[in-house]
Design a binder for this molecule. Sequence first.
Ligand SMILES: [Zn+2]
Length: 342
Amino acid sequence: MPQFLETQPNTETIWRAIILFGRNVATYKFALGKSLLDLASQEKTFITMEELAVPFSKHISEHLKINDKQGVSSSSKFLEQCRLYNNGQCTEDDLLSKTLALGFNNVIDAFHVVGRSEVPKRFFLDERKERNGINITDDLLQLKEKLQYLNLPHEVEARWRLVETAWTLNLNPQLLEVKYDESNRLLYTHNEDCSRINITSSRDSLNGYQKGKCFYCFREIVIDDSDPDRLTDVDHFFPHKLKPFMPDINFDGVWNLVLACQECNRGAGGKFESIPQLPLLQRLHTRNEYLINSHHPLRETLIKQTGKTDSLRAQYLQQMDSRAIDLLIHRWAPREKHDTGF
Ligand SMILES: [Zn+2]
């Protein structure tokens, strides 16, 4: 995972590496992630496995209702129990005891592993042997104090939706393409019979890969509309206005979508229909490589849209830039830059 976990990553970045970059064989990591965020809000430091089983099984059961495919293996006794629960064929007690027996296999051990090694901070310590529970660490409790904490549950949910949708479609990866619906700011795809499947919010899906910052000026952003000072736009890096002149280009492709604060997108001195300066083009390449490294299904989408190798994708962006600047002439960069970037 090049660069995303830089030399001294902050706690949010480490959390995001876990959620966004794992190669998943089941969605349990997402359920555990959401449960940890739920439990951290309650200020508790020690969580028994019985307590953890409640949100964990609830999240999995809820997702099974949306999407029956929650793992790549064809059978799972735990998932079977969650289905029975959803159908009213077992009690909550039955569900919880099966969760304790089967639901946590591997996920507790694997949570902090990204690629082949553990991330540099832990969000809980495994104390199942000593006390039959997990100990929430200060790093998780500190995460709760950060502005980005508000975004994290949305990001886990969006990643979860992308992965389960990719599995359910069971398409040849080359056929799978995530698309963007601008009027609803949604990501969607098509089934083999061409029916449309809505996946998730575009803002929720993209925010983590920008580390919760405006693509252009690095101001911290939030992805729901709760904070009027931090409203976030989905921006086309290469403006829509180019469309009639370049009919061969998919401007609504994920490769061209970034999240921007309103000031950069349309405030005084905003970008509007200019072409971003070259360092910003390089930044788009970096962001797109993060999407490539996140696997199913954004990887397939980006490869399809911009090329099979890192150098072909860089070339694609450079060619886009030369064509675009010939037509729109003006370069743009944000007036101020906040903090460190991504
Ligand atoms: Zn900005």
